[in-house]
Write a protein that binds this ligand. Structure first.
Ligand code: SF4
Length: 385
């Protein structure tokens, strides 16, 4: 990028002017990571100062049985496969209860599209989880699952959301978004929930008072044009509803064990750390009306998660005790367990002030800021894998 274009983009960012698609593409073409980081960090600091939010949650996957076979997914199993599982309601509750001592504030529940489970199973699970873990927020189901419930129940998404909210649903999850552009989507997604239904369901959830996350799966067969298009669709919907609370770029994972279900890995390389930092920075700058950008450390590793906090991210997910969807694919050494104290250290070691939040991004507890690194040189430093 020439110096003139850089000055022009910098002026827009510092004046708080909205960037357009051409600006987003120009930013992706720029390899000056330090400069991109400075712009994104400026915007991130305007919104969040030196705070990094986190929550203490548990990811629960009720079933890995799925009627679809998305090309990037090594989680799904077909009915009757040896390691296919579906939790009975009491098993799901028992699994969640194991975490009680962790003082968790949120359960994050996503599942395969089970071909035969009745619709009524889902509100029942929410009700029983809510009764067993009072005070724990239930963030559950992707828009894809809500669309699936419409098909298996004959109810409308509005009726489904009403029943789930009545059963204790506090937020949808942001999954199922992947990449919205059809030229990419038709090669990677094997269900029929695309932009039209995904956005319809989130719009509906926002109208019912839920605030929801939005995700983007990058680093496979998409190009920067598709990432820019994806974010701008979300930005336009956010202009309309104001209901998105956070944007989460998710790095496509290869399966080190060569799981044949993950059909995309044969023709892709995973996004490099530099590409990931660029994606965080450009997302923060383009998606100017979303309050938070989250790094899901399970998909990036802990060192990159720390760096992402200087490239636009201000939220870390989470205190995950077990996360099956990623960890069926990821055997690169990232731990599957982080507890509250680990996250506090991780955030402070990166130079930020930890703030614990709940599902609605309300502050649960503010923690002390970090001791500046210059004053800690004599102490042993933790290396985060
Ligand atoms: S991504 Fe979700 S819908 Fe697609 S195959 Fe995996 S579990 Fe099923």
């Amino acid at each position: 990028m020439d110096a003139g274009r850089k000055r022009e983009l910098e002026a827009k960012v510092y004046a708080g002017e909205r960037l357009d698609a051409a600006d987003g593409l120009a930013l992706y073409e720029c390899d000056d990571l330090a400069w991109l980081g400075r712009l994104a960090h400026h915007r991130r600091t305007e919104l969040a100062a030196d705070r990094v939010m986190f929550n203490v949650n548990r990811h629960l996957n009720l079933t890995n049985v799925c009627a679809a076979s998305c090309a990037y997914c090594s989680f799904q199993r077909k009915p009757g496969e040896r390691d296919a599982y579906t939790m009975r309601v009491h098993e799901a509750v028992a699994k969640a209860k194991e975490m009680e001592g962790e003082q968790l504030t949120e359960l994050h529940i996503v599942n395969g599209l089970h071909p035969t489970l009745p619709w009524k199973y889902y509100p029942r699970v929410l009700r029983e989880l809510g009764a067993a873990l009072p005070g724990v927020s239930l963030k559950a189901f992707t828009a894809t699952e809500i669309h699936w419930f419409e098909k298996i129940s004959g109810l409308s998404a509005s009726e489904i959301l009403d029943e789930l909210i009545d059963a204790g649903l506090e937020s949808l999850t942001g999954g199922g978004a992947e990449i919205f552009d059809w030229d990419v989507r038709r090669h990677i997604v094997d269900h029929d929930t695309h932009w039209e239904d995904w956005s319809r369901i989130h719009r509906l959830a926002h109208a019912k008072g839920l605030r929801t996350p939005a995700t983007m799966l990058y680093g496979h067969i998409e190009s920067p044009e598709h990432r820019v298009d994806h974010v701008l669709r979300l930005r336009q919907l956010q202009d309309e509803t104001g209901g998105f609370v956070v944007f989460i770029p998710l790095r496509f994972q290869h399966d080190a064990g060569g799981d044949p279900r993950n059909r995309l890995q044969a023709r892709t390389v995973m996004a490099s750390p530099a590409e990931s930092l660029k994606t965080f920075a450009v997302s923060r700058l383009l998606f100017d009306n979303v309050p938070h950008v989250k790094c899901f450390w399970v998909m990036h590793g802990l060192s990159l998660a720390q760096l992402s906090l200087n490239f636009g991210a201000d939220d870390l997910d989470g205190s995950v005790v077990e996360y099956k969807i990623t960890h069926d694919a990821d055997r690169y050494g990232t731990p599957s367990t982080m507890h509250r104290e680990d996250l506090l250290d991780l955030i402070r070691d990166a130079g930020f002030r930890p703030v614990e939040r709940n599902t609605r991004y309300e502050v649960v507890r503010e923690y002390d800021p970090p001791v500046p690194l210059a004053r800690r040189r004599a102490e042993p430093q933790q290396v985060w894998a």
